[in-house]
Design a protein around this ligand. Structure first.
Ligand code: ITT
Length: 206
């Protein structure tokens, strides 16, 4: 897209993720907006070279927007464990090849320590069709890492992430409860009013 082209009202938003668990949750948060959602092109992988969640969310949103010529939203998220100095953090997806192996590695590295505090972090970025970041937010959800996985819902590290106030892991919770209190839920609570405003202002300018 030429830099001088007028940016059109966001009617269509490419959801720039290859993670089916994330995609489902993102689609649920975006469902009430007057936007058509589109999956990112199959096989398109953006290298996550950033050192922070926000940097990687920006990279993914910006590159997918430029490649597709459409508005794009990306999520970069992960689990930061206090006793592991914040690891796996931005390396959460690269920690081992599968969800099961990632959980096993995390539990192995934590061992029997009683210091089990951790937080899930979610950064969201929205880019316009030029690849310029229009919006970005971050959401954090504190919790604890269990000794053994519990529950079969959700995805990724959900079975070992325990919320003491709910006496449940993310994988044991009804979908709506995780949706309201998770890192992604908090990030979307911050993002949605801003996105709504952006859609309205672009419509008024158009
Ligand atoms: P995309 O980059 O294509 O979106 P990805 O899975 O590579 O997909 P990230 O780089 O953001 O995404 O890695 C996030 C990692 O953290 C990944 O292993 C997820 O399973 C995990 N994760 C993120 N949010 C989670 C959640 O709500 N519950 C459990 N695990 C989560």
């Amino acid at each position: 897209m030429n830099k001088t082209d007028k940016i059109k009202i966001p009617k269509l938003l490419v959801v720039a993720t290859g993670n089916p668990g994330k995609l489902k949750e993102m689609q649920a948060y975006l469902a009430d907006l007057d936007l058509q959602l589109q999956l990112k092109p199959e096989g398109l992988e953006i290298e996550e070279t950033g050192e922070t969640f926000l940097a990687n969310a920006r990279l993914k949103a910006s590159q997918v927007a430029q490649i597709t010529g459409e508005w794009a939203i990306a999520d970069d998220s992960g689990l930061a464990v206090d006793a592991l100095n914040g690891m796996p953090g931005v390396y959460s997806a690269r920690y081992a090849p599968t969800d099961r192996e990632r959980i096993s590695r995390l539990l192995r590295e934590l061992g029997h320590t009683t210091h089990r505090k951790a937080q899930f972090v979610c950064a969201l970025a929205i880019a316009d069709p030029h690849g310029t970041i229009a919006l970005e937010v971050e959401g954090i959800c504190p919790g604890e890492i269990l000794d053994i996985p519990k529950g079969s819902g959700g995805f990724g590290y959900d079975p070992i992430f325990y919320i003491p106030a709910e006496t449940m892991t993310f994988a044991e919770m009804p979908r709506e409860l995780k949706r309201s209190l998770s890192h992604r839920g908090r990030a979307f609570q911050a993002l949605l009013p801003q996105l709504q405003k952006l859609i309205t202002s672009q419509k008024n300018n158009g």
